[in-house]
Design a protein. Structure first.
Length: 71
């Protein structure tokens, strides 16, 4: 139980929370840009087998950052 308390103390530190928030925002932005690029490639090359299952609507990329933030 002592080990769990130490882990909680480390993770509840204000600087750790701040870093986690910053990395979450950076990751969300990066994945959003990647999703937009994939949609662009899917619309540019519609016969590509690997991208055929991707939604061609650019608004679908908004789902990505919100999902990362929710997780």
């Amino acid at each position: 139980m002592l080990k769990n308390n130490n882990l909680y103390d480390i993770l509840s530190d204000e600087s750790v929370k701040k870093k986690a928030e910053h990395w979450t925002v950076y990751l969300s932005f990066f994945l959003f840009i990647c999703h937009l690029i994939l949609i662009f490639l899917r619309n540019t090359f519609p016969d590509n087998v690997y991208l055929i299952g991707l939604n061609p609507n650019y608004l679908a990329a908004l789902y990505t950052p919100f999902s990362v933030i929710l997780v």
